[in-house]
Write a protein that binds this ligand. Sequence first.
Ligand code: GLN
Length: 221
Amino acid sequence: MAVSTKNEKRPRIGVVALQGDYAAHLQAIEVAGGDAFPVRTAEDVAGADGLILPGGESTTIGRLMARYGLDTAISEAARQGTPIFGTCAGMILLASRIARGEKQGGQPTLGLMDIGVARNAFGRQVDSFEANIDAPCVTDAPASGQHAEPVRGVFIRAPYIEESGPEVDILARFEDKVVLARQGNLLASAFHPELTGDTRVHRYFLRMIGTSSAEDKNGDE
Ligand code: GLN
């Protein structure tokens, strides 16, 4: 069941629905207080207050986005300030550089965020795992000075951010690896907040709508 936000228009969030776990994001956005819809065409992009690039297989999603003209439509929306949230494969698609693990034949990305991403970067023995992530930006009451429960991070053959430019705010690390970061209207997570039933990261993303100049980031750096 969706939770209603009183007296507020629910933002319309388009979830790129070509491949991957977009259905979980559609559900998480509804619970978090947005109206979610699948995005498959450039026209769909135009109707969105915010966009999500889901987890899945980044090379496949990137190629399909190019085939359907979503790459230019999403890049244009990003330039106009539309908040965009990329999770896992979606984070790779936001990146301007693939630092490691690039597929032979090249890795299509939108090149929007000033980050270098290592693909499949946590090593074979821990291809998939869960870990608590301390992400101060997603506590419900950051002003209280109290630390909320950590976020449960689900990592599935996950990438991490190996290096980033000065405009990028680091929002969370796992061990020493950057797994959540923001650059203005762009948000990227290495893990899958849509799979846990905890919608704090999605609510943080919804708060970026209308405040996409990064003043709401409350990051640790
Ligand atoms: N390893 C995948 C890729 O590089 C991403 C995995 C995921 O989204 N869960 O596309």
